[in-house]
Write a protein that binds this ligand. Structure first.
Ligand code: ACO
Length: 345
């Protein structure tokens, strides 16, 4: 049986940090409120107006190619999960394809908000499992600062910018994506959305005046659905694969709120020591959170580790994936670090 295994991970984070104390100068909020309600201390922001999502996605993709020791020409397909594409069209994937010289690849963007990476992973895996492709790049990237209203304290404290990428390749030794669940329910689309800029409300003076080009979120209500959705689907994927807490090496959750993550871990019967969590440093980077976690924990991952990925986002969209990790991360991370040092000197 051919499975789609992750064989390399890359990332990009802007250097500029926006701390809770910085936000205290911008809106009526405070560090203590933000930390206790969300778990966030700071986030990264790509302030450079000439650089957008494709720039971050490209940097993450380049790290994947470097680590795997391949060129862009070997890539068959590129899927970019994002809600902040550089433009409505062409797709961000086209810009990444050109930038990395993936001359044989096709690609497209996938819009599923915070579940975007999970949905893209599941989609990319089908091309590998079917035998159509050998190398698929799956990227989650969002420049959330481009759609955040920095005068709205209920949303501006939550989001950050970043990108993460993985390479999917065929594996016949039992490693890779074993199962996934994907869900969508548009009944509550208006609890988390950006109304302006699409074909319903094309950009106009009015849409700008009404601040319709920014994220709108009914936080408290979304919170309720997010806990139910993310914890429920994580438990469901464990049940149907007959996994108990001890079988899981790591939960890799979407990073929207520390309290949602803790509730998911509790429902799965695993301790917080088995939860990848970097929300404190990066905030919610939407489609990038899960691959950024994989990047940050790559060093700790061993071949055969069972991972459960789970996400919930606007739409609503939610889902989970169960995968068996395919390589020893420490060796790869060390080689990558020494290559980077060598290149810098
Ligand atoms: N600083 C201080 N006070 C604030 C702030 C702030 N930044 N923001 C809101 N408040 C106030 C509110 O005005 C409210 O005051 P009131 O009680 O006087 O009316 C009070 O704090 C409580 O507000 P809530 O919105 O009820 O706060 P809550 O505990 O729900 O936390 C949060 C808000 C963090 C947004 C939470 O609801 C949440 O995490 N929601 C889910 C987010 C999520 O999972 N989104 C999906 C993924 S994102 C995506 O798909 C793009």
């Amino acid at each position: 049986m051919t499975r789609a295994a992750i064989t390399a991970v890359g990332h990009f984070l802007p250097e500029d940090r926006l701390t809770n104390h910085d936000l205290e100068q911008m809106v009526d909020t405070n560090d203590e409120w933000i930390r206790t309600r969300t778990g966030i201390r700071e986030r990264r922001i790509l302030w450079d107006k000439d650089k957008a999502t494709s720039y971050m996605a490209t940097e993450a993709a380049r790290e994947v190619l470097r680590k795997r020791g391949i060129s862009g020409e070997e890539i068959d397909a590129i899927i970019v999960a994002t809600v902040t594409p550089d433009m409505l069209f062409p797709a961000t994937a086209c810009l990444v394809q050109h930038a990395i010289g993936a001359s044989h690849a096709w690609g497209f963007d996938l819009s599923a908000a915070c579940s975007g990476f999970l949905f893209a992973l599941s989609t990319g895996a089908r091309f590998i499992e079917s035998g159509k492709h050998e190398k698929v790049l799956v990227i989650g990237a969002d420049k959330m600062s481009s759609i955040v209203d920095f005068s709205d304290r209920s949303t501006c404290i939550l989001f950050g910018d970043g990108a993460g990428a993985v390479l999917l390749e065929p594996n016949t030794d039992g490693y890779g994506l074993i199962d996934s669940i994907e869900r969508t329910d548009g009944a509550h689309w208006d609890l988390l959305c950006m109304r302006g800029g699409g074909s319903l409300h094309p950009p106009s003076y009015e849409t700008v005046d009404r601040r319709m080009h920014f994220i709108h979120q009914e936080g408290r209500q979304v919170f309720k659905y997010a806990v139910e959705g993310m914890a429920g689907v994580a438990a469901e994927i464990m049940e149907r694969n007959e996994l108990v807490g001890d079988d899981v090496r790591y939960l890799v959750p979407h990073q929207a709120n520390q309290r949602i993550i803790s509730a998911t871990a509790r429902r799965m019967g695993i301790g917080m020591d088995k939860v990848m969590m970097n929300i404190e440093r990066y905030g919610n980077t939407t489609a990038a959170t899960i691959p950024l976690c994989l990047h940050d924990w790559e060093r700790d991952l061993r071949r055969g580790d069972n991972l459960v990925l789970a996400a919930f986002g606007g739409g609503f969209t939610w889902g989970a994936a169960y995968l068996r990790w395919a390589y020893d991360g420490a060796a790869v991370a060390e080689t990558a670090a020494s290559t980077a040092t060598h290149e810098a000197s």
